[in-house]
Design a protein around this ligand. Sequence first.
Ligand code: ATP
Ligand code: LTN
Length: 330
Amino acid sequence: MDKKIVFSGVQPSGALTIGNYIGAIKRWATLQDEYNCYYCVVDQHAITVPQKAKDLRKNTLDILALLMACGIDHEKSTLFIQSHVPEHSELAWVLNTITYMGQLNRMTQFKDKSKRSEENLNSALFTYPVLMAADILLYKTNLVPVGEDQKQHLELARDLAERFNNRYSDTFMVPEPLIGEFGARIMSLQDPNSKMSKSDSDENGYILLLDDKNTIRRKIKRAVTDSIGEVSYNDDQPGIKNLLNIYSSFSGETIETIVEKYEGRGYGDFKKDLEEIVVDGLSPIQEKFNALRSDKAYLEEIYRKGSEKASDEARKMLRKVYKKVGFIPR
Ligand code: ATP
Ligand code: LTN
């Protein structure tokens, strides 16, 4: 029996946080045996907000090496760079013709991001979700592991698949989201009511996968808690709740076990242990990253092989789509 297909993407718009890791990337590695996985560094999505070319090149290779350091195995999964497979933007053009302006106007990510650059809004920021739908639909994807913030975009991909299938004939698989439970949203360490984000102006709000030991310790020490003084998991203590989620995700222990362990002890002990758990959890990733990142030729070999594999599938699907819409074959 053929394995089901998984597709996900990450933007090389900066360094990855433990929010990206817990919410999405950690999960990606665990899916590799059961599914046929495609993992893509979406550089074409990243340029919907201004990027310096030099930084984009560096971030793309950093993220590729980081994904491998987090356990993505290029022998098991197809690991590639979006702009290396032009079928993504070619399919996006066709999908644009069946997307309603009203649908794109309702996207919360567009509303949020357009607020940040009110003056010269570019049209790619608006059609961003259509390119994302193309990424997913090209590979007959069944499942898309993402954080909760991407749910609305996935709804659009489902909608476009169904609309195309109805208008022409059965072509695309209708994909399902795969969203984790508590890890779905890791919050800022400085404001536990807003999402941990790499684009936060306060660097104490996030921990980067590549932060050094002292930085990690300092950021956890400074993490906002409350005056209750009891390690307990509830919505009245959002700071501690968020730290418990991080603790559990890195240690593998259940929330109950952790809460029991710190009964009658203050936040000091809890934070001190958490510091070491995060430092220890990230250090093997950082070591692997450093080894991989210094070998440019090896990285090149991997992303070339990945895009060849992805292209084979993408080409077949695009050919089918072009035929159905009435384009004359080359
Ligand atoms: P930014 O934070 O700069 O707005 P982003 O991190 O949301 O960008 P991506 O890098 O493309 O954008 O996200 C990669 C994956 O990480 C997505 O699946 C997203 O849902 C997930 N993710 C991002 N932030 C968090 C978070 N705080 N908690 C859980 N998952 C997250
Ligand atoms: N918009 C996504 C990144 C992304 C993606 C995809 C995720 C682009 N294409 C396809 C899943 C499937 C984000 O996380 N910001």
